[in-house]
Ligand binder design. Structure first.
Ligand code: GMT
Length: 372
C-alpha cells in the first residue's frame, strides 16, 4: 500500500509512534510518505520506500497566524495525486484530521477517493481538543474520519465522554520494537553518570505541567534519603527551571542531572534501575513502555491509560496522582533489595513484550486494508 502519514515531527509521543509505525510499515514493503513541517526526529532510518514531504508555510506579514492547515491540506492533495496514495493516516486530531478532511474534499472534486484514519493520542482530546476554541472542529473531523483509533481504552472512554462521537473508536495500543532494542545494550555507560553503589532513577518527558515534574523531584528526594541514587531527567520544557530550583531548595541539586532533549534515550534507559512517571494526565505513557522494554520498573500515577501499560506489582507500582509519599515508598520497596529489583526488571520487560511492534502494526495494516 502507499500510505501518507501526517504527524508532529517532534519528540512528543504521537510523533514517535507515527514515525516508528511508518518505519515498520516500510520494512513490510509498504511505501510511506511522511507529510509534515520538519523531518520527524526519529526518522534516521533511510529506505527506498520512505519519503518525506515538507509542508512549507512562508511568513506573510498580513497573517497574524500562518495558515498551516491550508498549506498541509494543499500539500496532501499534491502528494496524493503525484504518488497515487491509497490511504491517509493522521496522528493527533488537531489540526491534522481537519486538514485531512479538507484534502479529501478537494480530491473528491477530481474523482479521487482518499480514505482517512485518525489516531487520537491524548492531549488532542483531554487537554487541547476539549477547549471550546477547538471542540466543534475536532468533533467534526473525528466524525468525518473513515476510521478512528485511540491508543488506550481510557482515551476512548474520555473521547466518548467529551465529544459527541458517532463513529466506533478502535483501540490500537502503542508499541515498541523489542527486537531492535537489545542491540543498544553494548552502548551502556553507567559509569558516566553514577557510581557503582548508586541506583539510577530516570524520567523522560516534555517537562510540561501535566507531567508533574515537581512530583518527580519530590519522589526522588524521598527515595535518595534511603537509597543512594542519582536522578537523570531527559527532555526539555517549561517546567525545567522550576524542577532545578526545587532540587536546589531540597539540597539534592548535585544528585539531579538534566540532559535535555536526546535521541539516545535508550543509552540511559539500558542501565536505569527505576523510571518515574507521576503524570496528572497520560493517555498511554509511551515513555513508561520504552523504559519497561529496557527492563526498567516504573513508578507511576494511575492517570488515564497508565494502568493499561504499567501492571501494579509486576512491572512497577501505581499510586493516585499526587501521592508522592506512596510513590516514594514503592520506589524504595523495589530498589531496597537486589532480588526484588531483579524480579521487577523481569516483570517490566515481559509486560512490555505484550506491546511488541509485530502484533500492533498488523492491526493498523488490517484497518488500512478494510478502508481501501
Ligand atoms: O506526552 C505528551 O504530552 C505528548 C503527547 C503527544 O501527543 O505527543 O503524548 C500523548 O501521546 C502519546 C503517544 O500516544 C502517549 O503515550 C501519551 O500518554 C500522551 N500524553 C498525554 O496524554 C498527556
Amino acid at each position: 500500500m502507499k500510505i501518507a502519514i501526517v504527524c508532529y515531527p517532534t519528540f512528543g509521543g504521537s510523533g514517535v509512534v507515527a514515525t516508528e509505525l511508518g518505519i515498520s510499515l516500510s520494512k513490510r514493503g509498504h511505501e510511506i510518505h511522511f507529510v509534515t513541517y520538519k523531518q520527524p526526529v526519529r526518522l534516521e532510518y533511510l529506505s527506498h520506500n520512505i519519503r518525506y514531504h515538507e509542508v512549507l508555510v512562508p511568513e506573510y506579514p498580513l497573517f497574524h497566524y500562518q495558515p498551516y492547515e491550508l498549506a498541509l491540506s494543499s500539500k496532501l492533495v499534491t502528494v496524493v495525486k503525484n504518488y497515487k496514495i491509497d490511504v491517509l493516516h493522521v496522528h493527533y486530531a488537531i489540526p491534522h484530521a481537519y486538514a485531512g478532511f479538507m484534502a479529501q474534499q478537494m480530491l473528491a472534486e477530481d474523482g479521487i477517493s482518499l480514505p482517512m484514519m485518525t489516531t487520537l493520542h491524548g492531549t488532542d482530546i483531554t487537554l487541547v481538543g476539549s477547549h471550546s476554541f477547538y471542540k466543534p472542529a475536532v468533533n467534526f473531523s473525528i466524525n468525518r474520519s473513515d476510521v478512528v483509533t485511540s491508543v488506550s481504552e481510557s482515551l476512548k472512554k474520555d473521547t466518548l465522554a467529551i465529544f459527541d462521537i458517532k463513529k466506533d473508536i478502535k483501540v490500537v495500543p502503542n508499541f515498541i520494537d523489542i527486537s531492535n532494542l537489545s542491540q543498544s545494550f553494548d552502548d551502556c555507560q553507567r559509569e558516566l553518570f553514577a557510581n557503582e553503589d548508586e541506583k539510577v532513577i530516570t524520567h523522560v518527558s516534555n517537562l510540561r505541567q501535566v507531567k508533574r515534574i515537581d512530583h518527580v523531584i519530590q519522589i526522588f528526594h524521598k527515595i535518595q534519603s534511603s537509597i543512594k541514587s542519582k536522578l537523570i531527567i531527559i527532555g526539555d520544557g517549561p517546567e525545567r527551571e522550576m524542577a532545578s530550583n526545587l532540587a536546589s531548595e531540597l539540597s539534592i541539586r548535585d544528585r539531579v542531572m538534566f540532559l535535555g532533549k536526546s535521541n539516545e534515550v535508550e543509552k540511559i534507559l539500558c542501565y536505569s534501575d527505576l523510571f518515574l512517571l507521576p503524570s496528572e494526565k497520560e493517555s498511554f505513557g509511551l515513555a513508561a513502555l520504552e523504559a519497561m522494554a529496557h527492563g526498567v520498573p516504573v513508578i507511576s500515577s494511575n492517570a488515564g491509560g497508565l494502568s493499561e501499560v504499567n501492571i501494579d506489582g509486576v512491572s512497577g507500582y501505581m499510586s493516585n496522582v499526587g501521592d508522592v509519599e506512596n510513590m516514594a515508598l514503592n520506589g524504595i520497596k523495589i530498589l531496597f533489595n537486589e532480588n526484588t529489583l531483579e524480579q521487577f526488571k523481569k516483570g517490566a520487560r515481559s509486560t512490555a513484550e505484550k506491546f511488541d511492534v509485530k502484533e500492533i502494526v498488523s492491526q493498523y495494516e488490517d484497518l488500512y486494508k478494510q478502508m481501501i
